[in-house]
Design a binder for this molecule. Sequence first.
Ligand code: CMX
Length: 449
Amino acid sequence: MILKEQILQQLPSWRARVKKLVQEYGDFKVSEVAMAQIFGGMRNVKALVSDISFVDPNEGIRLRGYKIEELLELLPKRPGDSVPFSGGIYFLLLVGRIPSFAEAMEVEEEWKKRQEVPQHVYDVIRSMPKTTSPMTLFSMGILALQGSSLFAKRYDEGMKKEDYWDAMLEDSLDLTAKAPAIAAFIYNYKFRQGQIVKPKDELDWAANFGWMIGIEDKTYYDLARLYFMIHSDHESGNVSAHATYLVSSALSDIFYSTSAGMNGLAGPLHGRANQEAMGWLLEVYREFNGVPSKEQLAEYAWNTLQSGKVIPGYGHAVLRKTDPRFTVQLEFGEKYFPEDDLFRLAKLVYEVVPQVLIQQGKAKDPWPNVDAISGTIQHHFGVLDGDGNGPGGFYTVLFGVSRLLGVSANTVWARALGAPIERPKSLTTSMLENMVEQQLGVKLREGSE
Ligand code: CMX
């Protein structure tokens, strides 16, 4: 497998680079931690490393150094497609360079070899009430594959540490190969007739997801390719990426680790924001019986804020400008369905909400993130997030399928470079108060000296 050979070739130099940094510059100070960061979700504490992607606050995501618009140009496309197929992006994330057409196709071929989902995974999902949240089913579906982990098996057989990455890569290819079929089955179980649809040989990984949920539309297949590219990775500090990384640092295999990551993605401040954003747009649309005026929309946004809620799809912990993942979806909608009502509404929100958030003055980033528009586009093609019968959340499963690419690539490399178990130190509040009192000579508590 070219993918494997390419990673193997790079290992000696990567291992030497990391060894040099740790052995010769181990005391070099990269970042300091302030009290507000300890109590503030560790925002901007530079304590993680990932060479797979990096988020620039103003420019947004770069996957292996490339901006999204560059990837759309440079990654190989199949004849007749407008968007590169996903095998290319997975190659890029894992290997670090743009693949040739043949190299990217090899990933697609690997996925085809491994795509069959064992019957018991479908049975596990079917055993759950239909009202179960799609993300719960997705996380369970991933975990139900754990028994097939090669990493877990080889570990028990005494695999050498330098070979961990190889078993992790095998498991990652197995998992990512099956993810679209698991997601599609969840969709069919919840919203269609519960059918298991076989992927088509002539379609690629992303397009097959569309096919398996009953869509036969080349434009949707391009959207699926785009969607699975832009959600794949967002450096390693976000909840889904970090949860996966943390769990895998205990040498839990990829199934345990990514199932944990998906549970984090299910949160409304993270991946579920796409569902919340869609819900908010639909609320607005119903309230005004169509697309409102700018004034009406601004008033509605203020009401949302005043009721103590966030405007979903806006704001970010790292970004300080419009998320390029938002922009590329906006451009997709402009090209294919500019007249779609909800799409027009999402555009209007982009004109109105940042000004409202700026005026309110709380959010550090008043601009849209990836989730502000992704649901609108799925909705255009008739893909449901929920059907009103139990919680929605299917859009987050779509996010999850894509995110598996990034988090698994990070995990493969963490094992390749021998990343240790994560174990930051915690202190008590009293210890922190003592530190302030002793070093600054102030008195914080009654009775303290
Ligand atoms: N609407 C209203 N208030 C917002 C806001 C928004 N969209 N974004 C931030 N704020 C508020 C915060 O709630 C916080 O208020 P309090 O001081 O009362 O707690 C204040 O502004 C400062 O927050 P911040 O430093 O700007 O943002 P954080 O780094 O703490 O949080 C995020 C980032 C994304 C959780 C936040 O912007 C948010 O809740 N956005 C809406 C949910 C969302 O779209 N999440 C998806 C992010 C992308 C993803 O992971 O998928």
